[in-house]
Write a new protein. Sequence first.
Length: 240
Amino acid sequence: MSSDTNYSDFIVYVDESGHASPDPDPSYPCFVLAFCLFEKRHYLSKIAPALQELKFSFFGHDMVIFHEREIRKRLEPFEILNDPRRREEFHERLTRLIQHAELDILSETILKEGNHLPDDNLYHIALGSCLRQLFIRLEEIEKVSKTVHVVFEMRGNKEDKLLELEFLRICNGENDHQRSYPFVPVFASKKANSTGLQFADLVARPIGLHRLRPDQPNRAFEVLKKKSLPVKYKQTDLEF
C-alpha cells in the first residue's frame, strides 16, 4: 500500500456521541466512543468514491460534510430532506453505502443512569477500552507491528492535549496487555472533509440509542452491528 513499509495497511477514524461529563443528559444519558477501522485500499477505491458520488447526486458538489445531527434535524444543507420522497431516497442510498463498506466498528458505551461513575474523564475511560479492542482486532487480522494512525476530530487545544497524553500513556504500555501499542494519534480540523471521520460521526449515536433503548427499532444499528473486516484480509492489486 505504502512506499514506507513501517505504515500499516489499516487506518482508524474516531468520533463520539454524548458528553464526556458524568452529568447525565436526560434525553441521552450515555457517552459513546466509536472507532472505525478501514483497510486503506478498500477505503480509497470503494468507500471514499461512493460517498463522493452520493454527495454529487444530492447536492451537486462534494464539499458537504455529513454530520449525523445535521442530517437528523435536516439543518442546512440537509433541508432538502424535508421532502419525504427525497429523504427516503437519501437514507436508502446512505444505508446501502454503509452496508457495502468493509470496516470494523469498535466502540465503548458508558451509561450514566443508575451507575456509579468514576471521577475520571469518561472519554479517557472509553479510549482505553477502544484501544485495547483495536489491538486485539488487528492481532486477529494481521500481526500488529506497523504504525497505525488513529484520526480524531479536534475538540479544543486543552482537550486535545489531554487526550494525546492519555493516548500515549496507554500506548506506552499502561494497558491490559502491558505492551506497547504501535498507534499514533492524528488530530483533524472539524472542517476536514474526511470520509472516515464522517463514517465515525454517523455510527456513534445509533450505538448509544441501541444501548439506551434496545427494544426500539433502530435501522442504522441493524446495519452497523454486522460490520466486520475479514479476519484474513485479501488485498487487491491497485494502481495509483
